[in-house]
Design a protein around this ligand. Structure first.
Ligand SMILES: Nc1ncnc2c1ncn2[C@@H]1O[C@H](COP(=O)(O)OP(=O)(O)OP(=O)(O)O)[C@@H](O)[C@H]1O
Length: 390
């Protein structure tokens, strides 16, 4: 697939812009702070309904404005769809598909599929488990958009159940009947998320191992393991990444989930926190037999993060349509071998959008359209501008 057109109103540093894009490679070129990453972030938002840089949406709306509009026309296997999202300060966001209002913003998920590799990705290796959980869930949702509703239901139930446990811990008295009901909801939604993550890890691992081997052949081999909070209740074969997932995994996991909740109930009431569920899990990354976090060098961590993104790209591609590959200021960070590994994927991809501060950062073998961006001082502050396209 590829993005044929991108339009923004009051998104970050852009007051108003429309950019026509082609398949193949495009480099957004400009000095630091000129708004290049903001363009990729906008497309990333249409793809995941979240930003890779900030947890809340307020910073995405241009300073002083109350709403922001991101629109894109996406061509997938010859079929064209236009999607747009309106971000509203303090109000619900709205989405449209081919100019018709969507009932929920999440209906646009799956229309634009992207893989973004950015400097922030180092946190996939060095950061907290939440970074890796988000990586897994966003990739699963790109492949199976209906998971967005499951994630949102799970988060809602988790919040309510956690509040109940906190009250129980404070008052030293639990409403066990109500807790039973929340346990049921938590296990129902949570087991679907865990089953999808296990399936994803099983499918992603071979691509990851191969990507890391080709980027860092001199390093130790990479491997991954899903770390589950379902404890001893979970049959160990579920954590064997070679195991083929089966259709009723989620049902089996739901029963396991309920059993584990029963096992830890008194501990949960005592501590006032929800100790079981996908929100406590992790994707453990290894180099040889050592955990990559805290062990991998800076270069190895970069290679690992890049491999996770390249593996995602290959997995989505194997599903039937090339996602849009977005590379945010990453070539400058890579040594020669890793640059050429990334360049060979980029040379072959249907559409690659690259940001760079100077043209020399982008490997010469990648012939690309250039969109030069700059900034301009206006009455309403400093705004980004496209100054030339070639
Ligand atoms: N909500 C906002 N309203 C107005 N301007 C914003 C907003 N958020 C960020 N900016 C501006 O956007 C600019 C940063 O844009 P961006 O991150 O896209 O830069 P970049 O061109 O990718 O730079 P670099 O090469 O340093 O990565 C900054 O000047 C910042 O002040």
């Amino acid at each position: 697939m590829y993005v044929r057109a991108l339009s923004l109103h009051d998104f970050r540093s852009w007051d108003k812009v429309g950019i026509e894009l082609q398949p193949g490679r495009t480099v957004f070129l400009g000095s630091n702070g000129n708004g290049k990453t903001n363009l990729l972030e906008a497309l990333g938002y249409l793809s995941t309904l979240s930003s890779h840089r900030v947890a809340s949406e307020a910073p995405l709306i241009r300073t002083g404005m109350s709403k922001s509009l991101i629109g894109a026309t996406v061509v997938n296997l010859g079929r064209e769809l236009t999607i747009d999202v309106e971000l509203n300060q303090g109000l619900a966001n709205r989405a449209r598909i081919n100019r018709s209002p969507a009932r929920r913003t999440r209906e646009i998920l799956g229309i634009l599929r992207t893989v973004l590799f950015s400097p922030e990705d180092l946190a996939l290796v060095r950061g907290d488990p939440g970074e890796r959980r988000r990586f897994l869930d966003e990739l699963s949702t790109t492949r199976l958009p209906r998971l967005a509703a499951v994630r949102s239901d799970y988060d809602r139930v988790l919040r309510q159940r956690s509040a109940l446990l906190k009250t129980a811990a404070r008052s030293r008295r639990a409403d066990l009947g109500t807790l039973d009901v929340w346990d049921g909801h938590l296990a129902a939604h949570g087991s679907i998320l865990v089953a999808e993550r296990l399936k994803l890890v099983h499918e992603l691992a071979p691509y990851l191992i191969e990507a890391y081997r080709s980027i860092a052949p001199e390093s130790r081999p990479s491997s991954v393991r899903y770390k589950s909070s379902l404890g001893d209740s979970l049959p160990p074969e579920f954590l064997d990444i070679a195991r083929e997932p089966v259709r009723d995994d989620a049902e089996v996991l739901e029963a396991v989930f309920l059993q584990e909740l029963a096992t830890v109930r008194s501990k949960e009431i005592e501590r006032g926190v929800c100790l079981v569920g996908p929100h406590r899990d992790d994707l453990e990354l290894y180099l040889g037999s050592e955990p990559a976090k805290g062990f991998a060098s800076h270069g190895e961590s970069w290679s690992y993060a890049l491999s996770l993104r390249l593996a995602s790209y290959e997995l989505l591609r194997a599903d039937g349509s090339d996602p849009v590959l977005m590379l945010d200021d990453v070539f400058a960070e890579l040594d020669r071998r890793r640059r050429s590994a990334l360049a060979s994927v980029a040379a072959d991809a249907e559409q690659v959008l690259i940001t760079a501060a100077v043209g020399d950062d982008v490997p010469a073998e990648l012939e690309a359209d250039i969109v030069e961006v700059s900034t301009e001082q206006t009455d309403l502050g400093r705004v980004s501008r496209v100054v030339s396209t070639s």
